[in-house]
Design a protein around this ligand. Structure first.
Ligand SMILES: [Zn+2]
Length: 407
């Protein structure tokens, strides 16, 4: 039994808390806050096939150090995870990596929507966490940009009761804008080519399809003020649509290209401060349902290539909670809201059984992130001084002290 004494809880009172465990430990919680461990509903741990970018040995440690004990992993691996056979093989590889590092992380996998494998959708029911549709291209080749395939995916997901998660960027418009672009080949071009219209148009289309078929639609990494308004409107009309935002669209803007270059190149790209403010407003008003890190690492060498060659995506699984705790410190978000966005709402949308995992937070701890565990070993937030850090994560009754090096 783990016995935590006199710890601050979310309702502002101090209480004792007990967690079933093989270990017999008493923790003095008087200077700490107890939160349910968080879920990251959007990660790319790059396994199998792209393990030079990330693997579950590194990623599992990164999760614990960020207070996260459950993740949903995306299907754009090598090969792409588009059949149940591949999904089970992927689980076998992941289980092996988690076992060797001794961290029994909870995870669920997405099935990638692929027009030559629509028959897999029925098999995925109750096993895959959802169906992922890439309306616009990103890492990997899983684009679905033709009308009839999109209709089929939305309809099948609805019939078989799977959440359909979309990467909403309009592929045709991206190509059109790429051809028309004549400006300098610097990373700033990324936000110009994949502009807000690219995202808005795809989000609008996805909402229309969800409405038509009654699909449970989960919109990943929403980045613009206009999309927040569209989603608010759809929710008012009773469409089952859920909205995720990422830490990078909350805490970085296109101004950050000047200092961070292609390190902060991702899809959809960074926007303006006005958009960041609109996302925070969406959080406060309840239009935004979840926060997902979209942890999508590449090696330093890959990212250091010039714009056009450098791949899109940044890491984030271990920096999300410290950034949110710091935003709480600055009065921008409530603690209860953080837990709703990164735990309770995700359980509700995806129908998860709650875990008995916890994270202990020191709200007074101030400084920079001491160590990164992700294999790519960089973060655009590494230089920020933040207030509030997770110090202990409890996963399946095992205590991980984050102030020491993780296993
Ligand atoms: Zn992603």
């Amino acid at each position: 039994m783990i016995s935590i004494k006199n710890i601050l809880t979310l309702d502002g009172t101090h209480a004792d808390h007990e967690i079933a465990s093989q270990e017999d430990r008493v923790i003095d919680g008087s200077a700490l806050l107890l939160l349910p461990a968080l879920i990251d509903p959007h990660v790319h741990f790059r396994t199998p096939g792209l393990e030079h970018k990330e693997d579950w040995h590194h990623a599992a440690r990164a999760c614990l150090s960020g207070g996260i004990t459950t993740v949903f992993d995306m299907p754009n691996t090598l090969p792409a995870c588009v059949t149940m056979k591949q999904l089970r093989e992927k689980e076998r590889i992941i289980d092996g990596q988690l076992e060797s590092v001794g961290i029994p992380l909870h995870y669920r996998l997405y099935l990638g929507a692929d027009k030559s494998h629509f028959d897999e959708i029925v098999k995925a029911k109750g096993h895959a966490v959802g169906l992922k549709v890439f309306m616009g291209s990103s890492t990997g080749g899983l684009v679905m940009d033709d009308e009839s395939s999109l209709h089929a995916a939305f309809s099948l997901a609805a019939v078989h009761g799977l959440v359909l998660t979309v990467h909403a960027e309009d592929e045709a418009l991206i190509h059109e804008r790429q051809r028309a672009y004549t400006g300098p080949q610097s990373v700033e071009a990324h936000s110009i080519i994949r502009n807000r219209e690219v995202a808005i148009r795809a989000t609008e289309k996805a909402i229309g399809l969800a409405k038509m078929y009654g699909t449970r639609l989960y919109l990943a990494h929403i980045s613009t003020k206009e999309e927040i308004a569209l989603i608010a409107e759809a929710k008012r009309e009773g469409v089952t649509v859920f909205c995720e935002v990422t830490p990078h669209h909350l805490f970085l803007t296109e101004k950050d290209y000047a200092h961070h270059g292609t390190s902060v190149q991702m899809n959809p790209p960074l926007r303006s401060q006005e958009d960041c403010d609109a996302l925070f407003e969406g959080i406060r008003s309840g239009v935004v349902d979840t926060i997902g890190s979209d942890h999508a690492p590449h090696t330093r060498t890959e990212k250091d290539q010039p714009y056009g060659k450098a791949p899109s995506g940044i890491p984030g699984v271990e920096t999300t909670l410290p950034l949110l705790l710091n935003a709480h410190h600055e009065g921008k978000i409530e603690l209860k809201r953080i837990v709703s966005l990164m735990r309770f709402k995700i359980e509700e949308i995806f129908g998860l059984t709650p875990t008995d995992d916890f994270v202990l937070v020191d709200l007074k701890k101030r400084g920079k992130i001491e160590r990164l565990y992700t294999k790519c070993n960089f973060s655009p937030y590494a230089d920020r001084v933040l207030s509030g850090f997770p110090v202990t994560t409890i996963l399946k009754g095992k205590i991980y002290d984050l102030t020491r090096l993780l296993p």
